[in-house]
Design a protein. Structure first.
Length: 112
């Protein structure tokens, strides 16, 4: 990601009065507007102390999910603090595995 005077482009709100989300390139270098996160709620299991299906029945907590890149963040930290690796389940009753870095994939359905 390009930076301007050492400031990451994702931390800039405007350039010469143009809103950050209208800028598609800087000096001919394409830039993205950063992740687009949707607040969501998941149950969690680390898969070691408890089986993956525990994500279906355990307590839930809020998270930010980057719908563009499939990345899971801690709540209120879209684009910065990744959620812990493990198994997550939401209202869809699907269990997903998050590797803690870049892969959020379907694992199984919650037991009935």
């Amino acid at each position: 990601m390009p930076s301007i005077n050492g400031v990451d482009f994702n931390n800039i709100s405007s350039l010469n009065g143009a809103a950050w989300n209208t800028i598609s390139s800087i000096g001919g270098v394409p830039v993205s507007s950063g992740p687009t996160c949707t607040p969501t709620v998941f149950g969690y299991s680390d898969g070691r102390r408890f089986p993956p299906s525990a994500a279906c029945t355990g307590p839930t907590a809020p998270y930010d999910f980057d719908t563009t890149n499939g990345i899971l963040y801690n709540p209120g930290s879209c684009g910065s603090t990744l959620a812990a690796a493990g198994y997550y389940s939401g209202v869809s009753r699907e269990i997903f595995f998050w590797d803690g870095a870049s892969s959020f994939t379907f694992y199984d359905m919650c037991p009935r």
